[in-house]
Design a protein around this ligand. Structure first.
Ligand SMILES: Nc1ncnc2c1ncn2[C@@H]1O[C@H](COP(=O)(O)OP(=O)(O)OP(=O)(O)O)[C@@H](O)[C@H]1O
Ligand SMILES: [Mg+2]
Length: 243
């Protein structure tokens, strides 16, 4: 068996009185596409926030490639190749697609004492390619993100993760509040991760979406993992009964 790219070991998290994670153990292997499901308040987002450096566990460890890591900020998670796409992702609606793709990681034309001039031409050029790579068709990289549909925005967020060669892409409810057509598109992006050899964690309330796109199902309830099986060895009925 290959070494897990992510190993979560006995992770606990308390929010004042709430014991949100109660000893979670999960191994994820490189290239796997895992569906994470569970009722409201099960602890899914808390677990993802730990993996993306938004919050730290109170107990337990996270290992990346077998090494214990301290994910103390989203930047430190990104440096390890872990990118997260949220339902309302971190894009700036008043900025162009190209600017949003490079936000916080802008290529510079030159830099002097830490002050640089952004390389606009490279951002435009590379963003056209990055967007085409996820099969997203946009009018122009200069279009404002605020003018895009929810599905297109998720597409740009996924294109950004791909461009920066993320190794692990986490999607927390990326299809919430999307139309049927847009949802199909986002599910297409998710299924496409496999071909790109990107490890994916896909969180959704919709069992159909998770069962149709993921090869492994992890279900959480009340802060614990209650099921962890290959998709073809479980069923929506079994999952529903446990949750
Ligand atoms: N910042 C916080 N402060 C206090 N309690 C929190 C905080 N974040 C989460 N919780 C609590 O921790 C528990 C787990 O919440 P979490 O958001 O991880 O659940 P979830 O599985 O993502 O739910 P949902 O499906 O509704 O998104 C809940 O009881 C929640 O109320
Ligand atoms: Mg959540």
């Amino acid at each position: 068996m290959t070494e897990p790219i992510i190993a979560i070991r006995d992770v606990h998290k308390w929010y004042s009185g709430v014991h949100a994670l109660k000893g979670v153990d999960i191994d994820i292997r490189p290239g796997e596409l895992v569906g994470l499901i569970g009722d409201n308040g099960a602890g899914k987002s808390t677990l993802i926030k730990i993996l993306s450096g938004v919050t730290r566990p109170d107990q337990g460890q996270v290992l990346i490639d077998g090494q214990t890591v301290d994910l103390k900020s989203p930047k430190s998670a990104m440096r390890l190749g872990i990118e997260t796409v949220y339902q309302y992702n971190s894009m700036v609606p008043t900025m162009s697609v190209a600017r949003n793709l490079f936000i916080g990681r802008e290529p510079l034309r030159f830099s002097l004492f830490g002050i640089g001039l952004m390389n606009q031409a490279k951002m435009r050029h590379d963003s056209i390619r990055a967007i085409a790579d996820v099969d997203l068709h946009l009018r122009s990289p200069d279009a404002l993100v605020g003018e895009l549909s929810g599905g297109q925005r998720q597409g740009v967020a996924i294109a950004r993760a791909m461009y920066f060669k993320s190794r692990v892409l986490i999607l927390d409810e990326p299809t919430n509040h999307l139309s049927v057509k847009e949802t199909t598109k986002v599910l297409g992006f998710v299924s496409g991760l496999k071909a790109q050899m990107i490890t994916g964690i896909f969180i959704s309330h919709n069992l159909h979406h998770v069962f149709s796109s993921c090869e492994r199902i992890i279900a959480m309830a009340r802060g614990k993992v209650v099921l962890d099986k290959p998709t073809d060895r479980t069923s929506m009925e079994e999952v529903q009964e446990l949750m």
